[in-house]
Write a protein that binds this ligand. Structure first.
Ligand SMILES: Cc1cc2nc3c(=O)[nH]c(=O)nc-3n(C[C@H](O)[C@H](O)[C@H](O)COP(=O)(O)O)c2cc1C
Length: 208
């Protein structure tokens, strides 16, 4: 018999506790804080499978993922650097940004370019398709955190450029790249703390 005098939690309380912990403990951990430990295919598969369960208006499932591993990351890094050089006027060129575009993809074992595939008939508003992809990315991030993995959604401005979209193989100009999702294992054994502002300031209860 246990000495614990508290009554056991019911199933709903357990589910809620698990959801609270997962959502509140999900953290951004950037590539510089990742180890070289590879991502196992079964973990990557779980992360992508959960992305595919995102909500989607009209069941368009607009999310697309381009998974870069191994030498593919070098190709991505080289392309991002060349695009940055081409798009940036000389007076605005920043060597530190250029260097980071080249180094960051190599610091994470997996980099996933995120994209939105526009529905042919455009019945669903574009904004909702982008929202749906964001839900898919959030599913990926939650799953990564549940596995104890480091993940980071990065949106350097060049990802939104048409050339990035077509380099990924998306031929329809209405499609969009929405960023890079870096995935790996955290160096630190300490999980980072999150920080959020006052919730009450973001809610309006009506009528007043
Ligand atoms: C759509 C989107 C784009 C983001 N782009 C960047 C980015 O380009 N650079 C960056 O440092 N963080 C980026 N972030 C991550 C945020 O910095 C991060 O979510 C925020 O600091 C809160 O930390 P948390 O994710 O650990 O709660 C992005 C997040 C979202 C949702």
């Amino acid at each position: 018999m246990s000495d614990d005098p508290t009554p056991p939690l019911d199933a709903m309380s357990l589910r809620l506790a698990a959801a609270n912990a997962l959502i509140r403990r999900r953290r951004t951990i950037k590539p510089a804080e990742m180890t070289e430990k590879p991502v196992e295919p079964r973990h990557l598969a779980s992360i992508l499978e959960n992305a595919n369960w995102a909500p989607t208006h009209g069941l368009t499932e607009p999310w697309r993922f381009f998974v870069f591993t191994g030498d593919g990351r070098q190709r991505l890094a080289d392309y991002c650097q060349s695009l940055y050089r081409r798009l940036t006027p000389e007076t605005e060129f920043r060597q530190d940004k250029f260097d980071k575009l080249g180094s960051q993809p190599l610091l994470a074992p997996v980099v996933i370019a995120i994209a939105m595939k526009r529905q042919e008939i455009e019945k669903i508003p574009e904004l909702e398709e982008i929202e749906s992809v964001a839900c898919a990315v959030h599913n990926m991030h939650l799953t990564a955190s549940a596995l104890g993995m480091a993940a980071f959604w990065a949106t350097p401005p060049l990802v939104y450029h048409d050339e990035m979209r077509s380099w990924l193989g998306l031929t329809d100009p209405r499609d969009k790249c929405l960023g890079l999702f870096y995935l790996g294992w955290p160096k630190s054994e300490e999980w980072p703390e999150g920080r959020r502002g006052d919730l009450a300031a973001k809610i309006v209860h009506l009528p007043k």
